[in-house]
Write a protein that binds this ligand. Structure first.
Ligand code: TYM
Length: 339
């Protein structure tokens, strides 16, 4: 088992990242170390430059994100934790894969369409080729499993298509260059929605901070955000089917269920028939209880910048060593002469 995943260091870690992906990173690391597998988790800082950004903020956010991931349970002793910018093999392999990826495939990516919007002419080339770098991120390490939220599924399918076409075009069937990666998407928290709009995913790029719970929010802020979360006037139903067509209610009940480690039906068994006046404070308290130890660890870890830099440096060294054999194979398969 080779587990690989990444996150952009473009702001705070929020509840969507945590429930959709990072919690799984920590759990898979525990399983992988028990079974002799390996986990590589990285900060996708090269992806972050596909959108306008402030350089000093990117550096600060990169270190903060290391502290946040460690606070969430990613253990740099057992997992390889690094940032792309210190492993140039990611960018190198992306270039090699640019010859295999098709314009038509990239044009169909929903993230490209959403982020470029109507201004495609003005979007960066990096935003367009972003999924090719993401394919390089996982193929470089022969990843077998990639824990992500639902929104990354399409990018992972593209990585599989690129791997398959490259293998077909440039390798013999008994000696493929790349492994086909499997996305691992948690069924119950695949898509955590905004607290202000049940049809939009919770996201760092939402201009309203009230739309998301950040892992750095203090108890008062969490309680206030949940109190103000958009809902409807109906009481909660007694079972899951009654949440159909009630996106905001379904989102809050789903968050409660995952945080409490139980099912949506069990939550509705407890709160069915109650209004949000009773449910929201219970959800707020549950979030505070579960997130405050993470918050506390984060505050402690972020103080020691030198220790955070040392984690990235050590992780990058290991990642570079693991990356080289596959990169060498890819160069050779393409007929590129390198001394
Ligand atoms: P990013 O930084 O947007 O998000 C990191 C992880 O959090 C998940 N996620 C969510 N899950 C559930 N509900 C939400 N509202 C929510 N918002 C975010 C994402 O699915 C992701 O797993 N392109 C990637 C980073 C990346 C990557 C990779 C991931 C670069 N290379 C290679 C996997 C493998 C991204 O921008 O994720």
């Amino acid at each position: 088992m080779r587990i690989v995943s990444g996150i952009q260091p473009t702001g705070n870690l929020h509840l969507g990242n945590y429930l959709g992906a990072i919690r799984n990173w920590a759990a898979m690391q525990d399983n992988a170390s028990a079974s002799g597998g390996e986990c590589l988790y990285f900060l996708a800082d090269l992806h972050a430059i596909s959108m306008p950004h402030v350089p000093a903020e990117l550096s600060a956010n990169t270190r903060e994100m290391v502290a946040a991931l460690v606070a969430c349970g990613v253990d740099p002793q057992r997992s390889i934790l690094f940032n792309q910018a210190q492993v140039p093999q990611h960018a190198e392999l992306q270039w090699l894969l640019n010859g295999t990826a098709r314009m038509g495939w990239l044009n169909r990516m929903t993230q490209w369409k959403d982020k470029a919007g109507k201004n495609r002419e003005g979007a960066s080339v990096a935003l367009f080729t972003y999924p090719v770098l993401q394919a390089a991120d996982v193929l470089l390490y022969q990843a077998t499993h990639v824990p992500v939220g639902e929104d990354q599924k399409q990018h992972l399918e593209l990585a599989r298509d690129i791997a398959q076409k490259f293998n077909n075009d440039f390798a013999s069937p008994d000696a493929p260059v790349f492994t086909q990666p499997e996305p691992i998407i948690p069924p119950e928290a695949a898509r955590i929605m905004s607290l202000r709009d049940g049809s939009a995913k919770m996201s760092k790029s939402d201009p309203s901070d009230m739309s998301r719970i950040n892992l750095t929010d203090d108890a008062d802020t969490i309680m206030q955000k949940i109190r103000k979360a958009k809902t409807d006037p109906e009481p909660l139903p007694g079972e899951k089917a009654g949440l159909a067509g009630r996106a905001e209610a379904a989102n809050l009940v789903g968050i409660y269920a995952v945080m409490a480690g139980t099912s949506v039906d069990a939550v509705l068994g407890e709160f069915g028939g109650e209004g949000f006046g009773k449910f929201k404070p219970a959800l707020g308290e549950l979030l505070v209880e579960k997130l405050s130890p993470i918050n506390q660890r984060f505050v402690d870890l972020r103080r020691d910048q030198a220790a955070l830099d040392a984690i990235l440096k050590a992780g990058a060294e290991k990642a570079r060593a693991l990356a080289m054999p596959t990169l060498d194979k890819a160069y050779a398969a393409l007929g590129l002469v390198r001394g």
